[in-house]
Design a protein around this ligand. Structure first.
Ligand code: FAD
Length: 816
């Protein structure tokens, strides 16, 4: 007789695919045995049952790579632990390169793998052939081999995870669809099924392609859409069972051995969206009709690589839908819109590879309120306004799918769904040669082409210096020697208001924000481990009001962090005012002189010193001017009610011309900030790094007796020391191209990787930042006493290290 549903549970996991089962398994391991998993039909009956089962590990982010590495470790031992077969085989994974640019990409990936501690060998074509004798190699330049990659049977792994979960005490119910949730005043109370309701505090939605529609009913946005994905399964033709998996990105295809035959699939440049109007009723253990016409382009590519396929019978062309996302990464974490509503979905055809790690991370997130480490690339809070429009999401997702195997160029931009969010200056800047990039839907000028010299405002991608190198150099020089305007309208801006605004922000911010009205404070916001959750500028605009500015991409994340951390008993409300203000950043040694020409307000250093905010008048506009800089020069961020933006811009440009004022873009900002040593959240700093480790200890109010979140962790580090420290690296070779993730060697020993890389034009050299790590502790002395090399695309080059900024405008010279 079927078990009865319990009346209560601490946590309900919705969905019995590989992700739900892995999450339930890990909740059980954490002792959260009062967990119930509900599956609408049968376990694996959604997408999981028809996955090909390749398990690769390398991603461009260290922590996501670590997550996938965890999957491998788990799959290795799961069969022994549960007694159920998993089909796990660690035959390794090959990746081919068929042209010089791809070979550079593969060599850079090999450096990335080495940085993250993952073994990846570079092979000659013949060595690759020895591992994979079915393929032709006449077009190969080289290959890479990851010995710990593998393959598994997706359904078997899922059943083993489910068994492991049950062994820990988790209950699993099949044929039990969650029909509804009961939510009362923003609190989850129960899940409702046809078999009864279960009172619960938390739900974890791992409902695959069904997740978006399900979550939307409760106001939660999960931007994923379904896309068709096909692969063939051949008859057996004696393929050895120890064959590694193979990825042939230049031919858009992947391969694995299966019962003596081959599974081969690929990523068409013209993917087909599925179920745009909703997933049909009764879709379980269901496949779509094989689409031979569409697969022909993939088949042709494969025949060129594996000629034997010509004469082998194809058992099946399997067409299954899978959920894909606009940036090709999955979606994990607690929904910003609803507390205790967790998501694990959108796995972009690497859900089998991800499930072990993703389930582990999600279970920790549920049980401990935070992930085990920074998971920003997959964090649900990385999305924003455009992602509420499913049509926009679908357009962008199809682009991302089509680019799955294309070259992953440095500085590559998406082209679909643009322009979406435009600053009022967009048309003006475009007419002046702006080449735009895009972030969270916003069009942002990256650099300006000289239209009079017939330069084209278009990125030409390459692994060497790109076509915009000189143009950005011109803008950089203008920042250092004259003045520029950066259109930074896309900045996220919030107002925190209420009688307890100061007390609330003092708790959330690690720097002292209890300053007089008119003050500006650069501050981090920390988690309990002292990790940097937000990196923002805070202006006190009234006794009970703060104006908070943060990076474009962090709008949802930072809003959520601040709002959730306002102590319950305090009266303070956070409002997103991003769309109310344009931001023109007037930067450079002549910026004050430019401002003096357009305002009657006193902007002298005495009246308007650094770290202050003033309202000044320009052309009838009340401009909120923040005296601050991210480029290391005198400068002002001008926050302007949006209807005034073009007026103020025109007045500034008309008056500033004789002082050398020109437009400049985000790539010049990046170059200047690297020279000045300003940290970037998401790369140099984040939840895994504390201000002490990042060299930002000066911005923490330790000398004041004000409690704030994360204080104890910082105290512990200040007394006990740290195990890593952010440092700056300058290669001796001025032509080296640093992109981030290059391996750092200290006295010949691997100690970390670059979190940022770029070029400093005043310095005339590449600049990188990265943490120097040592389990026995890292002091300033330890950092500075080493001899360093950077590994770039598997070549080591000597470099200098520094803990101080390379550029100091007061000294007007470069220090390094
Ligand atoms: C053709 C193809 C090939 C692939 N190859 C690979 C590969 O080689 N390697 C790899 O790593 N990945 C691969 N994948 C991807 C992988 O299959 C998926 O990422 C993974 O299976 C997703 O698992 P999931 O648990 O998120 O979703 P699903 O398996 O779809 O599970 C979601 C479950 O939720 C249930 N559900 C939905 N709504 C409710 C509700 N209201 N109440 C209760 N239950 C509900 C559904 O019935 C379903 O069982 C492939 C995918 C496809 C389509």
């Amino acid at each position: 007789m079927a078990k009865e549903l319990p009346k209560t549970a601490k946590t309900v996991v919705i969905g019995g695919g590989i992700i739900g089962c892995s999450t339930a398994y890990h909740l059980g391991k954490l002792g959260w045995t009062d967990t119930v998993l509900l599956e609408r039909k049968k376990l694996t009956s959604g997408t999981t049952f028809h996955a090909a089962g390749l398990v690769g590990q390398l991603r461009t982010n260290a922590n996501i790579t670590q997550l996938l590495g965890y999957s491998v470790d788990l799959y290795k031992r799961l069969e022994e632990e549960t007694g159920l077969g998993t089909g796990w085989k660690m035959n390794g994974g090959l990746r081919l390169a068929c042209n010089e640019e791809r070979w550079t990409e593969v060599r850079r990936q090999a450096t990335t793998a080495q940085s993250f501690g993952l073994e990846m060998q570079l092979l000659t074509p013949q060595e690759a052939f020895d591992l994979w004798p079915l393929m032709t190699i006449d077009d190969l330049v080289g290959a890479a081999f990851l010995p710990t990659d593998g393959q598994a049977n997706p359904s078997d792994i899922t059943q083993a995870l489910a068994k492991g979960a049950r062994m820990s005490g988790v209950s699993i119910f099949e044929d039990t669809e969650v029909l509804d949730l009961e939510i009362d005043k923003g609190k989850i109370r129960a899940v409702v099924t046809a078999q009864g309701r279960i009172e619960c505090e938390r739900v974890v939605v791992c409902a695959g392609q069904w997740t978006r529609a399900f979550a939307a009913r409760f106001g939660v946005n999960v931007p994923l859409v379904s896309v068709e994905h096909q692969y063939i399964i051949t008859e057996s033709f004696g393929v050895p069972s120890n064959l590694p998996t193979l990825r042939d990105p230049d031919r858009l295809t992947y391969y694995k051995e299966e019962v003596g035959g081959i599974v081969m699939g690929g990523y068409e440049p013209n993917p087909i969206a599925w179920a745009a109007n909703g997933i049909p009723e009764g879709f379980h253990y269901t496949l779509l009709d094989s689409n031979f016409d569409h697969f022909e382009q993939i088949m042709e590519q494969a025949l060129g690589r594996v000629p034997a396929l010509e004469n082998v019978g194809v058992k099946q062309l399997l067409n299954g839908p899978e959920s894909f996302t606009p940036d090709g990464n999955f979606i994990l974490g607690e929904a910003p819109e609803l507390k205790n509503f967790f998501i694990g979905a959108g796995f972009n055809a690497f859900g089998i590879a991800s499930a072990g790690g993703a389930g582990m991370a999600l279970a920790e997130w549920v049980a401990k309120g935070e992930p085990p480490y920074d998971l920003w690339p997959v964090d649900i809070r990385r999305f924003g306004r455009p992602h509420f429009d499913t049509d926009w999401v679908r357009t962008r997702t199809l682009e991302a799918y089509g680019k799955h195997y294309t070259m992953g160029w440095p500085f590559e931009e998406h082209s679909s769904g643009r322009p979406c969010r435009k600053s009022p200056l967009y048309d003006r800047l475009k007419a002046q040669g702006a080449c735009f990039g895009e972030k969270l839907g916003w069009e942002r000028p990256n650099w300006f082409a000289d239209l009079f010299a017939n330069e084209e405002p278009k990125d030409v991608y390459s692994y060497t210096r790109q076509n915009w190198f000189e143009a950005v150099g011109r803008e950089h020089k203008a920042v250092r020697e004259a003045a520029v305007i950066f259109d930074q309208t896309s900045f996220a801006k919030f107002v925190l208001k209420g009688r307890d605004a100061e007390a609330a922000l003092s708790w959330i911010a690690s720097n002292d924000v209890a300053k007089s009205v008119g003050s500006l404070v650069y501050t981090q916001m920390l988690n309990d481990k002292g990790g940097i959750e937000c990196d923002v500028t805070v202006a006190r605009t009234a006794e009970n009001e703060y104006y908070i500015v943060t990076g474009t991409g962090f709008a949802t994340h930072d809003f959520n962090w601040i709002a959730r951390n306002i102590p319950a008993e305090m009266h303070a409300e956070l409002v997103d005012v991003t769309s109310a203000y344009s931001v023109l950043s007037l930067m450079g040694p002549n910026s004050r002189a430019v401002l003096e020409k357009v305002t009657g307000s006193d902007v002298s250093n005495a009246a308007f010193p650094f770290g202050q905010v003033r309202t000044i008048g320009i052309a009838g506009c009340p401009v909120r001017a923040l005296r601050i800089t991210y480029v290391g020069e005198l400068g002002y961020e001008l926050h302007i009610p949006i209807e005034y933006a073009t007026t103020v811009y025109d007045v500034l440009m008309a008056s500033g011309g004789e002082l050398g004022l020109v437009n400049a873009g985000y790539r010049a900002i990046e170059s200047c900030r690297l020279e000045k040593g300003y940290r970037a959240w998401g790369s140099d700093i984040g939840p895994d790094h504390t201000p002490v480790e990042a060299g930002l200890g000066w911005a923490v109010k330790m000398r004041k007796n004000i409690p704030f979140r994360g204080r104890e962790a910082i105290e512990r580090q200040l007394s006990g020391g740290v195990k890593k420290r952010l440092a700056c690296f300058v290669p001796d070779d001025a032509d080296a191209v640093l992109l981030g993730r290059e391996t750092i060697y200290r006295d010949g020993k691997r100690v970390g990787w670059l979190s940022s890389g770029g070029f400093g034009y005043t310095l005339g050299k590449p600049i990188g930042y990265g943490y120097v790590r040592n389990p026995d502790g890292v002091t300033e002395d330890f950092v500075l006493s080493g001899t360093y090399e950077l590994d770039i695309a598997r070549q080591r080059i000597p470099c200098k290290v520094s803990l101080a900024p390379l550029y100091d405008p007061d000294m007007a010279r470069i220090k390094a």
